[in-house]
Design a protein. Structure first.
Length: 246
């Protein structure tokens, strides 16, 4: 079901229209994608995979189809078993039609360069990852990742400055940013007021436990106002899309 209301099932073309980025971007546009239980848990048994359904997975993969770059925190990449995005995981025809590169790189946020050179992010990928790190990260770790093929970017002193990180992506022509987490990266983006769109799926589960929330970070001066753009539902799950208020 779609809000505003319409008749029948939503088509792939309509789904693309809902989740696509604006035309003619002159700056990075950040679209954040998360799943949560209805009681606010961001994981089940430490991973987000237990929360999603087929519709959520379809929107997740659509995000990769439509973006220039996938942005993710190193902790999420490790826990969720990230590899590089491969050609078979994105729709080549859609990306060609939209004028996008065949495969988007993954940009990993890691203040201490905690990604290993032997990680599947580097060894199982079609395009080299971008490592967004800091001057405080050990030089030998930065050098090892660069030697393994990563594009290593220093964006901050002790912590990754998300504005500087997005500027580095912009310099590489990567403006359609699909952020897949985790909560600390999302929190940093909220703190810097860099979130343009939030796509969040509420799974019909009561997870309880000690799982965290979808955004963790400094308290901003005031909450950021959003406007609801669309609502879909599938098997009692709600898929919501919010855009920053004008």
């Amino acid at each position: 079901m779609l809000w505003p209301p319409r008749e029948g099932e939503i088509t792939d073309g309509e789904l693309e229209r809902l989740y696509d980025y604006p035309d003619g971007l002159d700056r990075p546009w950040v679209q954040v994608n998360f799943v949560s239980s209805v009681d606010g848990a961001v994981t089940v048994a430490g991973r987000s995979g237990g929360l999603g359904n087929d519709a959520d997975h379809k929107v997740f993969m659509l995000g990769r189809d439509l973006c220039d770059v996938v942005l993710v925190g190193a902790g999420t990449a490790l826990v969720e078993g990230y590899q590089g995005v491969k050609a078979g995981e994105v729709r080549a025809s859609r990306r060609a039609r939209l004028g996008l590169a065949p495969v988007p790189p993954i940009a990993v946020v890691t203040a201490r360069c905690s990604v290993e050179p032997t990680s599947p992010l580097l060894t199982s990928t079609s395009v080299p990852p971008i490592i967004l790190t800091t001057a405080a990260a050990p030089v030998e770790r930065r050098d090892a990742l660069a030697a393994a093929g990563a594009d290593v970017v220093v964006a901050g002193d002790e912590s990754v400055d998300m504005r500087a990180a997005l500027e580095a992506l912009d310099e590489r022509g990567l403006r359609r940013v699909d952020c897949e987490g985790g909560p600390k990266v999302f929190g940093s983006l909220v703190d810097a007021d860099l979130v343009d769109v939030l796509c969040v799926t509420f799974s019909p589960l009561l997870a309880a436990g000690d799982a965290g929330r979808i955004a963790v970070g400094p308290l901003p001066p005031a909450p950021r106002a959003l406007e609801l753009e669309s609502v879909l539902h599938h098997d009692s799950a709600l898929l919501l899309r919010y855009r920053r208020a004008a």
